[in-house]
Structure formats: C-alpha cells, structure tokens
Design a protein around this ligand. Sequence first.
Ligand code: T4K
Length: 416
Amino acid sequence: MKMSIGASVKDKCDPVGGEIGDLAVFGARPAFEDTLHVGRPNIGNREALLLRINKLLDSRWLTNDGTYVQEFEKRVADLTGVKHCIAMCNATVALEIAIRALGLTGEVIVPSFTFVATVHALQWQQITPVFCDIDPRTHNIDPARIEDLITPRTTGIIGVHLWGRPSAINELQAVANRHGLALLFDAAQAFGCKYRGRMIGGFGRAEVLSFHATKFINSGEGGAALTNDDDLAARIRLMKNFGFLGYDEVASIGTNGKMSELSAALGLTNLESIENFTQVNRENFEVYGRELGHLPGLSLLRYDEEESPNYQYVVVEIEAAKAGITRDELLAVLHAENVLARRYFYPGVHRMEPYRSSFPRSGLALPETEALASRVLVLPTGTAVKTADIGKICAIIRVAIEHGAEISKALVSARQ
Ligand code: T4K
C-alpha cells in the first residue's frame, strides 16, 4: 500500500514512500499546530523559584549585589573552579566591560562565525574587529590563521566556544603569548563544559558566560565575567556598578551592568536542575543522532563526552550536492511544518551592518565562514521538546532529503 508523506510524517513518523504534496510547504496541514523553537527556556523547580521570589519580596532588596546574586556568583565560581565570578545583566554587557577592563584598544581578532554580540561588544568600545576564519571541523576560530592578521594595532584575541565546544585554547594562548596579546573567551554557550579536563571559565585573561533565556542555564537575562586575576576582577566589579567604591565615591568610569535579584533567583533555581537539563539535552541529541545518522548530505555535529558537553545545540550541516536540497530549502520545509529551525550564524557577522559597509571585502578572507554559514541548521531541543516531536522533525527531514531533488525543483518552480 502506498502511504502518503502527510500520513506518514504527521501521524506515524515513518516516511516510507511519501508524496511531496503532503508537506506543508506545498499547502498541506503543518505537522505541528504550535511552533517548535530553538532555545525554549529550560525551567527548573517552580516551587523552589516561587519560594525564593517570596523571600525576595519580603526582604525588599531587589538588586545591587543582593544575597541571591552573591550566592549565584559563588555557585558559578565553585562549579567552574574559577576564583572570581562577577554576575551581570547579560553576556553582551559582560563582554563590553571585560574588554574595557582588559584595556583592549586598536584592533582585536575575532571570528565572524558567532552571535553578533561578540563583535558588537568590540565595536561599541571603538575597537576595530579583525575577522579571522574558522576551522570547518570545529566551527571555532582557526589559530593557524591568526598570526597573519596581527598588526602593530592588535591588542587582543577573542575566542568563542561555539555550541559549547571549546576553542583550541592551548594554541590560541601560545599565539597570544608570542605576541603579548590579551586572550578573552566568549563562553556564552559553554557553561558546564570542559577543555582537557578543566572547566571552561578559567582560561585566557577572562571568560564570559551567558544566562540568557535561550541558554543551557538561564536567569532570564544574565551573564558573568569569570577570571582568576584579582586586579581584573576588581576592575570589572567596579565598572559594572558605575565605578562606585562606596557611598559617594566613584573610582572609575563605569556603567550599570548589574544582575537583578529576580534574575539571580531564577538562575540559582535553574542551576539546581543542571544535571536534569544535561540529561534531557543528551537524550534529545541521541534521538537526533539515531534518526538522522545516515542521511546523504546531512551531518550532525558531534560532541566529545570528555568535554562534558551541555548538548544545548543540535547542529546539522547540509551539503546540497549530496542531499539534493539546499539548507535554505530544508529550512523552508521545516518552517512550513512549524518547526522554527535556525540558521545560526548566517550570514556571518562580517555580512551584517556596520561591518558589511566598513569591510566590504572581508568575505574574501573568510571562505570557511562563508561556506559554513550556508550549510548550518540548528534544530529544536531542550526540556520543552518531547522525544515524539523529535521523531516527527526527523521524519520530515528524512522525507525532505529522500525527495530532495523533487522538492527542490518544485520549490524553484513555485518561486518563478
Ligand atoms: N556570544 C554568543 C556566542 C552568544 O551566543 C550570545 C547569545 C551572546 C554572546 C550574547 O549573550 P546575551 O547578551 O544574550 O546574554 C538568541 C539569544 O537571544 C542570544 O542570547 C543567543 N546568543 C543567540 C544564540 O540566540 P536570537 O536572535 O536567535 O533570538 P531570540 O532571543 O529571539 O530567541 C530564539 C528563540 O528562542 C525564539 O525562536 C523563541 C525562543 N524563546 C526566546 C526567548 C527570549 C523562547 O521560547 N522564550 C524566550 O523567553 O538570539
């Protein structure tokens, strides 16, 4: 009996012998009534959170280095084994403050294949970002390409631990040492992860974490700078609180980068569920791995257990020539089914403003970044996504690839 894609994908998750007319992108009913997102927040124990919020309201102390922020900083410092954790309102401000406290000026080398905030944090301080290409195997900055980019104006390097997978830290540190450059890590996605047996947080001069709603552990909005350097920590602490040393005494320029007590309450509560979040993420990842393992032209980015991954991102690369369908066509198929997969970090920061206008030719030196930006797709995971949903998502992807050429042709003619 011939089964249609609609029946198989949408009801049975078994797309044998389907017809492309049953896909929502061609007008059929979407597989999901409610949209599935990348980055639905992981939520810990509600009662524990409400208890904390009640105490907070009773205390009438809502921000400015309250007890929850202090406790959150201590927990994060203990967990990462780093001497100082300075919690802040988000990772973007934490990056800006760390960059300023490190005294970076002139030019700083940074990957373009990252969330735009990494680069904006430099530009915001009037520092010129110098884009470095990535290693296509790791998606992280390629240390072998850095020395060619160093000029007399270069003061630092920012490595990003993308998807929670650590950068080539030793190699980056060696380049930084050779040239007297400060090394800073954007560890926004890497909370809980390790590099060669040591927790992310204590590498380089400082590392910055994000606790945004979409992150593995969230505090709604939130971030932190981590460092083992006492002086740097003191400068960062001052800067995130207007430069105040005490009542009426301002020691330096500063801003308002403080984390609120409400955010810290959420962060502390979610931290208590860290093992559960990791387990759910890992199980989701394994289901994706089993279901998508052997599709032509699709490869799933793997994690190394030794690096204690948080599995917060399920990242696939689509090679159109083998899959028969482009990444963007697959994205259109998924979006029509209400699966809001994302093209992180398309098209690369160098193709976003103001960088596109300032450095119109930078793409020429970023072939790996440009190629990768056209291949990557990030799929929904986290505690809000059910195993059955993942089965359905994978069934849609299987159908899309099994009928890749046909779907591609139909989409092209629909556009004409
Ligand atoms: N460096 C790196 C490497 C980063 O990845 C990030 C943040 C930063 C620095 C800066 O950190 P923060 O300053 O934000 O602390 C999201 C996040 O907003 C962003 O934090 C994150 N990286 C980036 C990878 O993803 P967008 O532009 O994709 O969209 P957004 O925030 O609207 O959320 C994505 C999806 O999540 C939506 O489809 C809906 C869902 N969502 C979102 C929120 C906020 C929810 O379901 N509930 C929510 O509360 O950036």
